[in-house]
Design a protein around this ligand. Structure first.
Ligand SMILES: Nc1ncnc2c1ncn2[C@@H]1O[C@H](COP(=O)(O)OP(=O)(O)OP(=O)(O)O)[C@@H](O)[C@H]1O
Length: 267
C-alpha cells in the first residue's frame, strides 16, 4: 500500500500554492511534511484526500496502490477516505459535530464501512474509545464534544479516523492546539497506534522536535516547493537547506526554553 505523489501543483485563486512536489510513502513508512506557515503543507494533505477548497486547481499525480486519486470520481474517493486513508486535523472542535455524542460519531464512522447491528456498533464505539485511551470509555461515549478536554477531543478525532482500519493516516498538525504535556501523550498514542496497525503515516508539522518523535523521513516545504528531503536524523544533525536549518534552530530553542506549566491535565 504505497502512495506516490508526482509533480503535484495546486493553484488557488490564481496563485501557485504548491509547486510541483514529488515524494512517496512506502508501505509502513512514516513521512513528515514540514515547513513554515503558508508553505503549502495543509493544501498538500487536502489534495491527497480530494478535499481541496472550491477554486483550487490541481495537476500532477497522486497514486495510491497504483490507482490515480486525482481523477477518481467523488463517490470512489469517499470510499478511499476513511476506508483506506484516514485524516486527523489540527483542531478537533471543527472536525466533530457539536450536537452528537462522541459515541455516535465514532459509530457513524464504523457504519459507513461495516454493516453492524445497533448493539454491535455501540460496543465497537466503546472499544474504539478504549483503543485511543479515553478514560471511562463506557461513559465518555455518551458525552458531547464540548464536555471533553481538548486532548480528549483529539483522541475522539483519532478514533473516528482509525475506526475503519485505514492503511495510511494523514495527521495535519494534530497536536499543535494542545498543551505541551497533552501534546506528548497524543503523539505517543499516534505512534503506538500506527506501529500496532502497521499503517503508513504522513505527519504535517512546523515543529522539527515533534516530527522527530513520529517520522523517519522529512519533506521540507518552502513557498510550495520541496527544498530538502532527508532522513529526520539528518535534518536534526546536518540540515542542508536554510529552511531546515531555521526549523532546527526553532526546535532547539524550544527544547532549551523552561517548560511553561499550565497545570492542565488530560482527564
Ligand atoms: N482556501 C484558501 N483560499 C485561498 N488561499 C488559500 C486557501 N488555503 C490556503 N491558501 C493559501 O495557500 C498557501 C498554502 O497554504 P497552506 O494552508 O497549505 O499552508 P500551511 O503550510 O499548511 O500553513 P499553516 O502551517 O499555517 O497551516 C498559503 O499562502 C495560503 O494563504
Amino acid at each position: 500500500m504505497s502512495l506516490e505523489v508526482h509533480n503535484l501543483t495546486i493553484d488557488i485563486d490564481g496563485v501557485r500554492a504548491v509547486d510541483g512536489i514529488t515524494f512517496s510513502v512506502a508501505d509502513g513508512a512514516r513521512v513528515g511534511i514540514i515547513g513554515e506557515s503558508g508553505s503549502g503543507k495543509s493544501l498538500t494533505a487536502l489534495a491527497l484526500m480530494g478535499l481541496l477548497p472550491e477554486g483550487a486547481v490541481v495537476t500532477g499525480s497522486v497514486r495510491w496502490n497504483g490507482r490515480e486519486l486525482l481523477s477518481l470520481p467523488d463517490r470512489d474517493m469517499a470510499h478511499v477516505r476513511g476506508d483506506e486513508i484516514g485524516i486527523v486535523f489540527q483542531e478537533p472542535q471543527t472536525a466533530l459535530n457539536p450536537i452528537r455524542t462522541v459515541g455516535r460519531q465514532i459509530a457513524e464512522s464504523i457504519r459507513i464501512h461495516e454493516r453492524l447491528s445497533r448493539a454491535e456498533l455501540g460496543r465497537r464505539a466503546i472499544a474504539e474509545a478504549a483503543r485511543v485511551r479515553l478514560p471511562n470509555p463506557e461513559s465518555i461515549v455518551k458525552r458531547f464534544p464540548h464536555q471533553l478536554s481538548g486532548g480528549q477531543r483529539q483522541r475522539v478525532a483519532i478514533a473516528i479516523a482509525l475506526a475503519a482500519g485505514p492503511r495510511l493516516l494523514i495527521a495535519d498538525e494534530p497536536t499543535t492546539a494542545l498543551d505541551v504535556t497533552i501534546q506528548a501523550e497524543v503523539l505517543t498514542l499516534l505512534d503506538d497506534l500506527v506501529s500496532h496497525n502497521g499503517m503508513s503515516l504522513i505527519f504535517i508539522t512546523h515543529d522539527l522536535a515533534v516530527l522527530s518523535q513520529v517520522a523517519s523521513t522529512g519533506v521540507v516545504l518552502a513557498n510550495g516547493k520541496i527544498v530538502e528531503q532527508a532522513a529526520v536524523s539528518a535534518l536534526l544533525t546536518n540540515p542542508q537547506s536554510a529552511v531546515a536549518q531555521g526549523l532546527l534552530r526553532d526546535a532547539t530553542a524550544t527544547l532549551w526554553r523552561p517548560a511553561r506549566s499550565t497545570g492542565a491535565t488530560d482527564d
